[in-house]
Design a protein around this ligand. Structure first.
Ligand code: ZN
Length: 253
């Protein structure tokens, strides 16, 4: 029988860094404990039983023993390796970006089952070779939901009037979504939003991932939606994700 100091959980590695001679300190994302800081002792030795399995971009089943500062990894098993996700540099870089957003959104030892399921599903979609940009937009939109800041795309955020297709819209993340043409809004924060981009934002709220994967969209509209959601999350999470720079470089290259 395992002692009360031990427990087992599903987990996705969010961050890791080398520590001391052969250890590694990691941040794990788990459904019922939220974020966990753990230590894997001796994991960088070639003889380590844990080494090969304790990798990011995979879903693991991890046995842990409660420790004073960090809980200690005692056993690891790979639930899902998502090997195809790692084949493409863009989908791997996207996966790191999604992990960083999750890391920013969860707290230590606070259950985050919805968000865990969201990250897990996004990794599955990347592994199924769905376009990484579409996976990222789908994830960003649902992450906003999980954070309780669902973007308003149906009514004006100021006057609550239903938006009509023939008016000019502005995207105002600090106000939570779309502003109609009649409301003035804060002058510095206003970005024009095309009716096509607004439709795509609505699609990201309403359609499932498979339907989104099949949409045919002009590149300019995809770029507009990407910028809109990026701005929205930067405001919601109070700064831009660091991993976006790397992702952008890969996509340019
Ligand atoms: Zn209005």
């Amino acid at each position: 029988m395992p002692s009360s100091r031990q427990y087992v959980t599903d987990a996705i590695v969010l961050t890791r860094f080398d520590y001391a001679e052969a250890d590694r300190i990691m941040t794990l994302f788990t459904p019922t404990h939220g974020k966990l800081k753990v230590i894997a002792k001796g994991v960088r030795r070639t003889t380590s039983r844990l080494g090969g399995a304790l990798e990011p971009l995979a879903e693991l089943r991890v046995a842990l023993a409660r420790g004073r500062t960090f809980d200690v990894v005692t056993q690891v098993q790979v639930n899902h390796a998502w090997l195809r996700l790692r084949d493409s540099l863009e989908s791997a870089a996207t996966a790191w970006y999604l992990a960083e957003l999750a890391d920013r959104s969860i707290e230590e030892r606070h259950a985050a089952e919805g968000l865990y399921a969201l990250l897990r599903r996004a990794y599955e979609l990347l592994d199924e070779s769905m376009n990484p940009g579409r996976v990222a937009r789908w994830y960003e939109m649902h992450l906003a939901d999980e954070l309780g800041v669902r973007p308003e795309v149906d009514r004006c955020v100021e006057c609550d009037r239903t938006l009509e297709a023939d008016e000019r819209f502005r995207w105002v993340p600090p106000l939570g979504g779309v502003l109609c043409s009649r409301c003035p809004g804060p002058p510095r924060e206003l970005t024009a939003l095309s009716v096509e981009a607004l439709k795509v934002l609505k699609a990201y709220q309403r359609l499932d991932a498979e339907a989104l994967a099949g949409l045919r969209l002009p590149a300019a509209v995809e770029a507009e939606v990407e910028q809109a959601l990026r701005d929205f999350l930067r405001v919601s999470l109070e700064r831009e994700a660091r991993s976006l720079q790397f992702l952008d470089e890969i996509r340019r290259g």
